[in-house]
Design a protein around this ligand. Structure first.
Ligand code: UD1
Ligand code: MG
Length: 454
């Protein structure tokens, strides 16, 4: 039978260096909260029973946690007495009995499911405690992994370390795995006689060893265990995350001309043979199908881009935009809540919102759907093969039939039937030779002004 796994996420820290009204773990990387990243990574490693240990602004943290795991348990740590004390806040859940327990920090969003999987493997192989270490040339502030004969013997917190121990560059990343069978016993034995007067979860290593239990140390890349303490670290972690995601996209067959200038969201889906030109931003909820080209300076969120579509340059696709295959949305166009049929074109300077655009329709330059009357949003329906002349305003609710034509510059307020032509603008009057009359009149007026001055 598969081993059961409980994930305990510590998120009771003050996060004061963020200088934020918002709890630290709600700050985002790639459009997803730090907490969301951690919860999803644990889920990816089978750790789907989750407890979040919260301190201040517990309701907000809880609401975010529920987005990612509706069944999540919330444990309140009222006093911040250390990481072991924080884990004990989740005691009730631990007592339900799990094979594996993962303890993660809510502010360490780059941890990968594969790494957590390896920690669980260490437990499966008999370890009572598994620790995730990393090497760094700047070990200040971290707990040091003390090895004896190549085996992990203890973790010494920075403030408690001797001069000799401070030279160790193998540090504790903070993430730990504990065998459910002995976790409560080990944590229960942890005291607080140390430099900070805190209950250190890391002491579980020495205690386990003293009881003849096996402990293991795994090594991860430093970036994977980087935590967020202030906004500069948030930016650094965003950069690492984006770098990973770009590489993954390119390895899976996406062409990127200037990868460093493209920003993905945590959930961006982009198929092989899509091309992304420089300076594009993908907000949450974007799917790009194979062969689509996202041209430079485009901003997309909540949008579905079909096979072989061309978007941009300078396009803005807002939530609810769905482009069928071969559709085009060109420069300075904004779309929102619109279904665009196969091969349809919205190529220049348009706003199309709350609408359907039939297959192969052509939306001329400067077309605007007037979807909002100040109170309500209304729908515009544009049929297949319809042709909307440039600079037209379609005042919703309104429909344009299949194959219909709308003359340029029209303000359409009434339904246009299939295959009809609608002209809704002032009629042009042309007076032959009249320009000469105007020039004469203007010349006479100029002469009169000159005389008056003189
Ligand atoms: C901890 C580790 C240290 C490791 C480092 C990596 C311990 C004792 N030390 O130290 O070995 O090198 O992380 O970054 O575990 N928290 C609570 N309640 C508490 C205390 C902490 O929820 O009472 C949470 C914090 O919000 C934070 C995490 O636990 O997310 C770690 O706490 P922190 O105070 O940052 O521990 P460090 O001193 O950095
Ligand atoms: Mg810390």
């Amino acid at each position: 039978m598969a081993r059961t796994c409980l994930t305990i996420i510590l998120a009771a820290g003050e996060g004061s260096r963020m200088r934020s009204a918002m709890p630290k773990v709600l700050h985002e990387v790639a459009g997803l909260s730090l907490l969301g990243h951690v919860m999803r990574a644990a889920q990816g490693a089978g750790g789907d029973h989750q407890v979040v240990v919260v301190g201040r602004e517990a309701e907000r943290v809880e609401a975010e946690a529920r987005v990612h795991a509706p069944e999540v348990a919330i444990a309140h740590q009222l006093e911040r007495l250390g990481t072991a004390h924080a884990v004990m806040a989740a005691r009730d859940t631990i007592e339900q009995g799990f094979d594996d327990i993962l303890v993660l920090f809510g502010d360490t969003p780059l941890i990968r499911p594969e790494t957590l999987g390896k920690m669980r493997d260490a437990l499966a192989e008999g370890a009572a405690v598994a620790v995730l270490g990393f090497r760094t040339s700047e070990p200040d502030g971290y707990g040091r992994l003390i090895l004896e004969d190549g085996e992990l013997a203890a973790i010494r917190e920075h403030k408690d370390a001797s001069a000799e121990e401070l030279k160790i560059d193998f540090c504790n990343g903070g993430i730990m795995a504990l065998a459910g069978s002995s976790a409560l016993e080990l944590i229960g034995a942890i005291g607080n006689e140390n430099a900070k007067g805190e209950y250190y979860l890391t002491d579980s290593v020495e205690i386990a060893r003293a009881r003849g239990l096996k402990v293991s140390a795994l090594e991860a890349k430093a970036e994977e265990v980087h935590g967020v303490n202030d906004r500069s670290e948030l930016a650094r972690i965003e950069a690492v995350w984006q770098g990973r995601r770009r590489l993954e996209a390119m390895r899976s067959g996406v062409t990127m001309l200037a990868p460093d200038t493209v920003y993905f969201s945590y959930d961006t889906e982009i198929e092989a043979d899509a091309v992304v030109e420089p300076q594009c931003f993908f907000g949450p909820g974007v799917h790009i199908a194979a062969g689509a080209r996202i041209r430079a300076f485009s901003h997309l969120e909540g949008a579905e881009v079909g096979v072989n579509c061309i978007v941009g340059p300078y396009a803005r696709l807002r939530p609810g935009t769905v482009l069928a295959s071969e559709a085009r949305v060109g420069n300075f166009c904004e779309t929102k809540n619109v279904k665009v049929g196969e091969g349809a074109k919205i190529n220049h300077l348009s706003y199309i919102g709350d609408a359907t655009v039939g297959p192969h329709a052509n939306i001329g330059a400067g077309t605007i759907t007037c979807n909002y009357d100040g109170v309500n949003k209304h729908l515009t329906e544009i049929g297949a093969d319809a042709f909307i002349g440039s600079n037209s305003a379609l005042v919703a609710p309104v429909s344009i039939g299949d194959g219909a034509y709308v003359a340029s510059g029209s303000v359409i307020t009434k339904a246009v039937p299939d295959n009809a032509l609608a002209v809704a603008r002032g009629r042009q009057a042309t007076k032959p030779g009249y320009a000469e009359e105007i020039r004469k009149r203007n010349a006479a007026e100029k002469e009169r002004r000159k005389q008056n001055k003189g």
